[in-house]
Design a protein around this ligand. Structure first.
Ligand code: ADP
Ligand code: MG
Length: 239
C-alpha cells in the first residue's frame, strides 16, 4: 500500500530550482534510502516531506490524502537530524517528553511512552542527565527516542550517523534496523552518504542526481543493474 506519493514535486529557492520534478511512491512500512552527492537535494526533499519547507509545485500524498499545505505537527512524521538538536538545558526525560507536553498529552501517558522508548534504546538509566553529560552516541539515541515517543507513522533520518565514530556508527545502524523491524508499518526514509548503510538498511534505494531521481530499486537491483556509471559509483559495482 502506498504511504507517501510524490507527484512531480518541485522546489525552488528563488531562481534556484533544487528539486526538479520527482515522482516516487514509498510503501507503508518500507525502508527507503536516499543517496546522492552533496547538494543534490536530499535534505531539501526530507524537509518537504516533513513540512519544514513548502513545495513549489506538484503534490505530496500521504495515505491517499493531499498534504501539500498541512503543518508539520499534523503529518505524523518525526525527523532525526545529524546534529541531534537536543535542548541543552533539559534533561533526557524532558527532551523526550517535550513534543507530547506541547500536544497536552496526559502526564501518565507521557511517562509510559518515554519509558518504553528509553527501554527500546537502552537509555533508561540516562533519563536524569543533561545532553552535555552524554556521549555522541547516547545523544543520538535520545534524538531517536524523542522521535519514537511521538509515535509517528513516518520516520525521517538525515545522515543520523555521520557525527559518530566508526564503532558507534555500526551499533547505531543496527539499532535503527531493529527499530524498523520492531515497528511494523512505520515507514522510514533515510538519507546517507554511506554505501554500507544504504545497502544494509534499505528495502529500496533511490539515487538522486541534481534534483531528479536517477534510479530507484532494491539494493541488489542497483548493484547488479546500475543504469549509469553515476549509480554504479554510489552502489559500488563495477560496470
Ligand atoms: P544535500 O542534502 O543533498 O546535500 P540540500 O538539500 O541541503 O542538499 O541542498 C540542495 C541545494 O539547495 C544546495 O544547492 C543548497 O545550497 C540549496 N539550498 C538548500 N536549502 C536552501 C535554502 N533554505 N535557501 C537557499 N538555498 C538552499
Ligand atoms: Mg543534506
Amino acid at each position: 500500500m502506498a504511504n507517501i506519493e510524490l507527484k512531480n514535486v518541485r522546489k525552488a529557492f528563488g531562481a534556484l530550482e533544487v528539486i526538479k520534478g520527482i515522482d516516487l511512491t514509498i510503501r507503508k512500512g518500507e525502508f527507503m534510502v536516499f543517496v546522492g552527492p552533496s547538494g543534490c537535494g536530499k535534505s531539501t526533499l526530507l524537509r518537504l516531506v516533513a513540512g519544514l519547507e513548502t513545495i513549489t509545485s506538484g503534490d505530496l500524498i500521504f495515505d491517499g490524502e493531499r498534504m501539500n499545505n498541512l503543518v508539520p505537527s499534523k503529518r505524523g512524521i518525526a525527523m532525526v537530524f545529524q546534529s541531534y538538536a537536543l535542548y541543552p538545558h533539559m534533561n533526557v526525560y524532558d527532551n523526550m517528553a517535550f513534543g507530547m507536553k506541547l500536544a497536552n498529552s496526559h502526564p501518565p501517558e507521557i511517562r509510559k511512552r518515554v519509558e518504553r522508548a528509553a527501554e527500546m534504546l537502552q537509555i533508561g538509566h540516562l533519563l536524569d542527565r543533561l545532553p552535555k553529560q552524554l556521549s555522541g552516541g547516547q545523544r543520538q539515541r535520545v534524538a531517536i527516542g524523542r522521535a519514537i515517543v511521538r509515535d509517528p507513522r513516518v520516520f525521517l533520518f538525515d545522515e543520523p550517523l555521520s557525527n559518530l565514530d566508526a564503532a558507534l556508527r555500526v551499533a547505531t545502524r543496527l539499532e535503527i534496523a531493529k527499530l524498523h523491524h520492531d515497528m511494523q508499518d512505520v515507514t522510514m526514509i533515510y538519507v546517507t552518504h554511506d554505501q554500507v548503510e544504504a545497502m544494509t538498511l534499505a528495502d529500496r534505494i533511490c539515487v538522486l542526481r541534481d534534483g531528479v531521481v536517477e534510479q530507484v530499486g532494491t539494493p541488489s537491483e542497483l548493484y547488479e543493474h546500475p543504469k549509469s556509471l553515476f549509480v554504479a559509483g554510489f552502489i559500488g559495482s563495477p560496470k
